[in-house]
Design a binder for this molecule. Structure first.
Ligand SMILES: Cc1cc2nc3c(=O)[nH]c(=O)nc-3n(C[C@H](O)[C@H](O)[C@H](O)COP(=O)(O)OP(=O)(O)OC[C@H]3O[C@@H](n4cnc5c(N)ncnc54)[C@H](O)[C@@H]3O)c2cc1C
Length: 85
């Protein structure tokens, strides 16, 4: 990736978060601004944990670990040490 100055990423769903992540990784000098219109990040990804510990996924609840895209998703989960339920 060439030289990037400032980049605005619109939307803090998984697409925007992943874009911001890879921009930071591949263009470390770039200033990345993530703009989210709502009060929370995640977009459709929304895990709702009840007091008894049960977790309800209000949006997606699985990844398809197939091919390069699936491998990339699993790498991202592993790199961020995201917990699975
Ligand atoms: C019920 C359900 C089940 C699903 N199950 C699966 C599954 O099991 N596996 C799977 O792989 N996929 C699943 N999907 C699809 C997956 O959830 C979506 O493809 C993915 O979450 C989309 O991410 P995104 O970042 O592209 O968009 P979004 O999650 O829609 O995020 C967009 C973000 O941009 C923000 N935004 C919008 N407009 C503006 C603006 N003008 N300025 C600033 N911010 C803005 C929004 O507030 C939001 O936070 C499911 C979807 C649903 C609804």
């Amino acid at each position: 990736m060439g030289t990037l100055g400032r980049v605005a990423v619109l939307g803090g769903g998984i697409g925007g978060l992943a874009a911001a992540h890879y921009l930071r990784k591949r263009a470390p000098g770039a200033k990345v601004l993530l703009l989210e219109g709502s009060e929370r990040l995640g977009g459709w990804l929304w895990s709702n944990r009840r007091p008894d510990g049960a977790v309800f996924e209000l949006g997606p609840r699985g990844v398809r670990p197939v091919g390069a895209v699936g491998r990339n998703t699993l790498n991202l989960v592993s790199w961020r040490r995201l917990r699975t339920c």
